[in-house]
Design a protein around this ligand. Structure first.
Ligand code: COA
Length: 389
């Protein structure tokens, strides 16, 4: 039985900051951010968006009434969850009006959790071929104002339906995964900003990629020439390129050219959104699929990395007419309707969070065009609104 990605949706907040302007404000050469890091715009989450609303808005794009009935498992992958106990999946399940006979859980392992969610979903569908699983990768990346990680922030979510007979991509089973206890990026319970050893995390990302790629080649018998493209977890768009370059020497010239060209296409969306942690690899896949017409049956390599650290390499096969099941127009509209905010405005929005002492607050939701928003907090409970219900 084929199992894989049947639908894929995406959401990012309606405001962004221009990276050249951020560079000027930080006294940095703009080319460092646009070329050295490889980012042009950075999505900014207003106080009315959190990991729950981002995920719910991404899912809203893809689910219909049949999905509402058939989804019996919601997996919420996030680094920026909103509660130490209750899963974001339960909120999303309610906001979308899904069938009550469903499981709902949250998974955490930095930027890797959505990949773990997909693998769990595959197992569930293998045992229950009629089921559909909603997998969410949703995050707001926060390093802090004036930090070295600031240029690699972002906000957004990817939602996927994993099912039998998928219409977009069949996922194969020769995955290779690797875990090692390292401190390259972490976020203690008391902090709403990440701690990072930037250079070390870059090194480890590449080391993990090299290890899982070598093991994948041995396990599958496949090589670079068998990959139409390789998509990467993209904390910033230069990162995947650094990893890809380390293996290209083995490849014939035409394979090298193809992988480099497709790599650039796979970074178009991420370059204008920034890091969305768990959703980042799948945003890169979406960027590739929507911005280039690839042949049916093409094999796409996928490298997932979550600091701390877990890495995984796997591949998927594009299904016949997969492009008919994408939403290129909707995503172009999402990007075109975004509004730029100044660096000063971004700094103000960055500091506007829910009160840390749990006191009540009500936000003005009229300025956020998203369908699902956070309207505030009452008696220590986040208040969500689905404007369509
Ligand atoms: N024009 C073009 N490129 C320039 C430049 C200029 N004027 N100035 C600097 N650069 C290049 C540097 O040469 C470097 O490129 P390289 O990495 O290919 O050598 C790049 O811009 C970044 O410069 P660097 O001095 O290394 O940046 P930094 O010390 O400010 O930190 C990160 C960069 C990525 C380490 C930092 O943003 C970070 O910690 N990010 C979060 C962690 C992360 O994303 N980890 C990834 C694994 S998940």
């Amino acid at each position: 039985m084929k199992i894989g990605i049947d639908k894929i949706g995406f959401y990012t907040p309606h405001i962004f900051v221009d990276m050249e302007k951020l560079a000027v404000a930080r006294n940095v050469e703009p080319a460092k951010f646009t070329i050295g890091i490889g980012q042009s715009q950075m999505s900014v989450a207003p106080a009315t968006q959190d990991s729950v609303t981002l995920a719910a808005n991404a899912a809203l794009e893809i689910i219909n009434d049949e999905d509402r009935e058939k989804i019996d498992f919601v997996i919420f992958g996030s680094e920026s969850g909103i509660d130490h106990s209750k899963s974001g999946a339960v909120y999303v399940h309610h906001l979308l009006g899904l069938n009550p006979n469903a499981r709902a859980v949250e998974l955490k392992q930095a930027c890797y959790a959505a990949t773990a969610g997909i693998q769990m979903a595959k197992g569930h569908v293998a045992l229950n071929p009629e089921s559909k699983v909603l997998v969410l990768g949703t995050d707001i990346a926060r390093y802090g104002l004036n930090t070295s990680g600031e240029s690699t922030q972002g906000a957004g979510a990817v939602a996927m339906i994993i099912s039998a007979n998928p219409r977009i991509m069949e996922l194969d089973n020769q995955n290779v995964y690797l875990t090692n206890d390292i401190m390259d990026f972490w976020r203690p319970i008391y902090s709403d900003k990440a701690f990072v050893d930037g250079k070390f995390s870059n090194e480890q990302y590449i080391l993990f990629f090299n290890k899982v790629w070598e093991a994948y080649k041995d396990k599958s018998g496949l090589e670079l020439k068998d990959m139409e493209a390789i998509c990467y977890h993209l904390p910033y768009t230069k990162m995947g390129l650094k990893a890809l370059r380390t293996v290209l020497d083995d490849a014939p010239e035409e394979v090298k050219e193809r992988l480099l060209e497709n790599y650039q296409i796979s970074t178009i969306y991420n370059r204008n959104v920034g890091n969305i942690y768990t959703g980042s690899l799948y945003l890169s896949l979406l960027s590739l699929l929507e911005n280039k017409e690839l042949k049916d049956s093409s094999r796409i390599g996928m490298f997932s990395y979550g600091s701390g650290a877990v890495g995984e390499f796997f591949t998927g096969i594009l299904q016949p007419n997969y492009r008919q099941h994408l939403n290129l127009e909707g995503h172009q509209q999402l990007f075109n309707s975004r509004q730029e905010v100044s660096v000063e405005e971004y700094e103000r929005i960055f500091e506007e969070t829910l009160p840390a002492d749990g006191s009540d607050i009500e936000f003005d939701i009229s300025r956020d065009p998203a369908t699902i928003v956070l309207s505030g907090s009452l008696e220590n409970k986040r208040q969500y609104v689905n404007k369509n219900r």
